[in-house]
Design a binder for this molecule. Structure first.
Ligand code: GDP
Ligand code: IMO
Ligand code: MG
Length: 441
């Protein structure tokens, strides 16, 4: 790295996911300072929506640089690759006029999601459901594949072109089948053998397609690009509040979602990291199990936000719970991520005359200083009321056209974060690439 000139900027969600990360990556690429976009963790549990020129694409594995023809797309070593999803995305992009194959580089160290992992995921959820503590996973096999990796029996992407692949797969599948039989006997999980066989056929065919792709040492390639003076954007999946170490364990995903993981998930030193972009919505959403302290108490108001914000999962279609902006969680997420530039999305969605902001958590009547280990120990939240602004900021792209209520909301947030080294730089006013205005530049 002697002649290093390029840098890596990182973009992560600072809430519980679905903040609009895909759109902001797409938006950042218009600056033309990046030559590639890299996914560094997670898998097809992510769903990042891109909308441009009447085209919509939801990326699960493929990074959000796909709609920019000269951008290299990297899948780093900490990513768990869902073969069927990846092949589907490549084909979908082809239909939209983007052949990404020549510019897609997959780490040979990335983990391969086997056809059994989603079934094991479902079996785990079945078991957890019996004791009422379902995580509400996306059922993409994320937990099981990362477990296999840590237990040192996972298949890596580089394995698929090796002669011993079939043997390794057979051994892993046998282990998985034994685990499933145990779940069947002990917890009554039904194994649908016909469905398993069909899933395997689809998976086999997708893996054959993957063999035609660039499976390589992504760390080497990224380092080479940096040494040529090229810059790269690292695209977080999930979000800080779903990080396996720092989220509300076990209601988290199975990877580290923090920018710190860019170094391990791509194979680069921390010295190449520059800006950390953090993305939030003007309110908060969450899907899956676990507590959500900032959740709107009035279900009719929550429904208004859900419908207006189209808050249905990009991966599973599940309705997302809606809550107020949670400044206590946001300060925690900024501290963990080191975010220095903030994108606020969905400022066009405000369906109440008065909205709330969460400024603190309480346990047994005491206001907390530190973020709690378990969110179910939070007994109430401290809130402040703010004037709403309705839908009048939709598609606003100039600061001067922003309603006075939204302007004062943004100033209020900035003020609440004034002791942190962070700036709000852009505010989203709709789903399209150009639906935003710059703020505080
Ligand atoms: P990601 O996972 O963080 O990339 O976010 P998702 O794609 O799962 O969810 C964000 C949703 O909000 C998508 O449907 C986007 O098209 C949409 N979106 C993003 N920014 C805005 C915005 O500023 N306003 C509105 N109305 N929609 C937005
Ligand atoms: P993007 O990148 C929102 C949630 C699931 C579940 C928990 C664990 O689109 O923001 P997993 O399948 O990872 O084992 O599920 O994490 N979850 C997400 N929620 N957006 C995501 O990704 C998510 N990926 C996982 O709902 O609660
Ligand atoms: Mg999403």
């Amino acid at each position: 790295m002697k002649n290093k000139k390029g840098f890596i900027d990182v973009l992560v969600g600072l809430q519980w996911g679905d903040e609009g990360k895909g759109k902001n990556i797409d938006q950042l690429l218009s600056s033309k300072i990046y030559s590639g976009v890299a996914r560094f963790q997670g898998g097809a549990n992510a769903g990042h929506t891109l909308k441009h020129n009447g085209k919509t694409f939801i990326g699960h594995i493929v990074s959000s640089g796909c709609l920019h023809k000269n951008i290299e797309l990297y899948i780093g070593n900490e990513v768990v690759v869902d073969a069927v999803s990846l092949v589907k995305e490549i084909n979908e992009l082809k239909k939209l006029g983007f052949n990404i194959i020549p510019r897609l580089f997959i780490s040979n160290r990335a983990k391969l999601v086997s056809y059994m992992h989603p079934i094991l995921d479902a079996a785990d959820e079945h078991k957890r459901n019996k004791s009422g503590n379902k995580i509400g996973t996306t059922n993409r096999g994320i937990g099981p594949v990362y477990s296999d990796f840590r237990a040192r029996r996972a298949l890596l992407m580089g394995d698929i072109i090796l002669p011993e692949f079939d043997k390794k797969l057979a051994k892993l599948s046998e282990f998985h089948m034994n685990t499933l039989s145990m779940y069947e006997k002990k917890y009554g999980f039904k194994i649908d053998h016909k469905k398993v066989a069909k899933t395997k056929r689809e998976w086999d065919s997708a893996v054959r397609e993957l063999k035609k792709l660039n499976i390589c040492d992504v760390s080497y390639r990224v380092q080479k690009r940096l040494s040529e003076g090229k810059n790269i954007l690292a695209e977080g999946a999930q979000a800080v509040m779903l990080d396996i170490d720092f989220g509300d364990y076990p209601n988290v995903t199975s990877s580290n979602t923090l920018p710190a993981n860019v170094c391990l998930g791509l194979g680069v030193p921390h010295t190449v990291l520059r800006n950390i972009y953090g993305v939030i919505k003007a309110y908060t959403t969450k899907v899956g199990g676990g507590e959500f302290p900032a959740r709107m108490k009035d279900s009719a108001v929550e429904k208004l936000f859900q419908d207006a914000g189209n808050e249905f999962g990009a991966t599973t279609g599940r309705p997302r719970m809606c809550g107020w902006l949670d400044l206590f969680a946001l300060r925690y997420a900024i501290g963990l991520s080191g975010a220095n530039k903030i994108f606020i999305n969905k400022a066009d969605i405000c369906l109440a005359d008065k909205i709330k902001v969460v400024t603190g958590y309480k346990t047994n009547g005491k206001t907390l200083k530190e973020f709690p280990l378990y969110l179910d120990k939070v007994s109430s939240v401290v809130t402040e009321d703010i004037a709403g602004w309705g839908d009048k900021n939709f598609a606003v792209s100039k600061k001067e056209k922003v309603s006075k209520e939204l302007t004062s909301y943004l100033k209020y947030i900035k003020n609440k974060l004034s002791d942190l080294d962070v700036k709000i730089i852009s505010v989203g006013t709709g789903p399209e690439r150009e639906h935003y205005f710059n703020w505080d530049k």
